[in-house]
Design a binder for this molecule. Structure first.
Ligand SMILES: [Cu+2]
Length: 493
């Protein structure tokens, strides 16, 4: 991961050069703020408000979402221009039930086009919210569909052509939780904001005037826009107070292009109970977990043995970049849940023999034979199967009702050892293998986004059921996606 050391080293050197001036004045030559002046963990972790309608009488859950501009004072007296859903930064947590009819009016109050993509949702193509469903400035888009999948921690964010990275960076993202009879019946922490805690983890960098330093120069496109400040639910260095018992954390790597290794300062073991698309068969014990941009995991952490007011730190290692003390967790109060179940749900395993087709996808940082440094590479870098996104071209056609294996290879050229994060719309897939090996326990449930390291081949299997139409597959490093590392598959009858 040499790719990020350039930024990091240059920032570190310049930060040292400016040491002593304090706070916001520590800038490097490019004008980025380079020191994380401590907030001292004095802020309380904000919990995004719930947008839900638990009426199960058959009526639709109807919501309104305003996509708007705002400001946030990440630094005193330097308001940062932001974007938010129904607020200044990030959005509410939508919570629905499997089988519920979901209606929402998405009103675009921005001066530019946006879209709203339901990341991980199995929805009709017309309501997917990808680049094919633009919501022009000043208009309203009104999806209406039936929730048709198991309990999971999903999320939503904009996905307009070439604008995804910038809009997400400025604050457009929120969680989307689905509950079902299994999540109801399991004896796991499920009181939202008390022992069931959403954590949207993102990094940002800032200019000295407090504005987000979002650029798409060539370096940032290739490496992703990597931040030197860490936000959890939109706040730097917050503290969360939890009860003395089992606590469920719903982790989202909501960064644009970072890969996070998440752990606790005492290296404690926690139980991973869910991947992107829902519960695992049984909890997987780990003491750190890697999430690439767009991936989620639900973990349960045992705080039952802590004394009152014990403080544990959540650490986020931006692999190849900075290491952050992201958040502190103070333990206090009566436990709601003290033990967790040994089994979670029967996995609906997709047998390999069910697949009728195998497709290959090469994610490449530089197209072979055209990779000479110079003008020739400008339009060709970051491709899938040698192509960049073209909204007028369907790259793959898939039969409705079929099961397919997709073999995805990260073939990074020399000196361009770039990880990628492959995301498919429409489906929740199952990982068959990583470089020929069975994936680790926590990757054996349903997923919609998968990290593919340089040189790796990951085989996934999915069922293309229920809906026809055009969907995207793309790298979820958002600067790669915006540069065209994306293709379209059409499900046909
Ligand atoms: Cu990528």
């Amino acid at each position: 991961m040499k790719r990020r050391t350039f930024i990091k080293n240059s920032l570190a050197v310049l930060a040292l050069a400016g040491a002593g001036t304090g706070g916001l004045s520590l800038l490097d030559k490019s004008g980025f703020v380079t020191t994380a002046e401590a907030k001292g963990f004095t802020s309380i972790l904000p919990i995004p408000p719930l947008l839900e309608n638990l009426d199960t009488s058959g009526r639709a859950a109807s919501f309104a979402m305003d996509v708007k501009q705002g400001t946030v004072e990440f630094f005193p007296d330097k308001p940062t221009a932001t974007l938010g859903y129904n607020g200044n930064f990030l959005g509410p947590t939508i919570r629905v039930r499997n089988g519920q009819r979901f209606q929402i009016n998405v009103n675009n109050s921005l001066p530019e086009v946006t879209t709203l993509h339901w990341h991980g949702l199995h929805v009709p193509a017309q309501w997917d919210g990808g680049p094919r469903q633009p919501v022009p400035a000043g208009t309203t888009w009104s999806p209406d569909f039936i929730i048709n999948q198991q309990a999971a921690t999903l999320w939503y964010h904009p996905h307009a052509m070439g604008l995804t990275g910038e809009q997400v960076y400025h604050g457009l993202a929120g969680l989307f939780l689905i509950e079902d009879e299994v999540s109801d019946s399991l004896d796991i922490p499920k009181t939202y904001g008390v022992d069931d805690i959403p954590l949207v983890i993102q990094d940002r960098r800032f200019f000295g005037n407090g504005q987000f330093a979002y650029a798409q120069n060539m370096h940032d496109v290739m490496n992703g826009v990597i931040g030197n400040y860490l936000l959890v639910n939109g706040v730097m260095q917050p503290t969360l107070t939890v009860p003395t018992g089992q606590v469920r954390l719903r982790l989202l790597n909501g960064s644009n292009s970072s890969i996070y290794r998440i752990a606790f300062d005492d290296q404690r073991i926690f139980q991973v109970i869910a991947s992107d698309g829902g519960f695992l068969e049984r909890p997987a014990a780990m003491n750190s977990i890697v999430l690439s941009a767009g991936e989620r995991a639900e973990i349960i952490v045992d705080f039952s043995k802590e004394s009152s007011y014990a403080v544990i730190s959540l650490l986020v290692d931006q692999m190849g970049g900075s290491k952050f003390e992201a958040m502190r967790i103070a333990v206090n109060g009566k436990a709601e849940v003290t033990t967790i179940p040994k089994t979670l749900r029967i996995l609906d395993i997709i047998p390999e023999a069910e697949a009728t087709k195998v497709r290959g996808f090469i994610m490449e940082t530089m197209s072979r034979g055209r990779g000479r440094m110079g003008m020739g590479m400008m339009g060709r870098r970051l491709t899938i199967n040698g192509k960049k996104m073209n909204i007028n071209r369907i790259d793959e056609q898939v039969d409705l009702g079929s099961t397919e294996i997709w073999e995805i290879t990260n073939r990074s050229a020399m000196m361009m050892n770039m990880p990628h994060s492959m995301h498919l719309h429409d489906v929740q897939f199952q990982v068959l293998s990583r470089n020929g090996r069975i994936p680790p326990l926590h990757e054996r449930g349903r997923k919609d986004t998968v990290l593919i390291m340089p040189g790796e081949t990951v085989r996934i299997i999915s069922r293309f059921h229920d809906y026809t139409g055009v969907y995207m597959y793309h790298c979820h490093l958002l600067e790669h996606e915006d540069d065209g590392m994306m293709g379209q598959f059409e499900v046909i009858t």
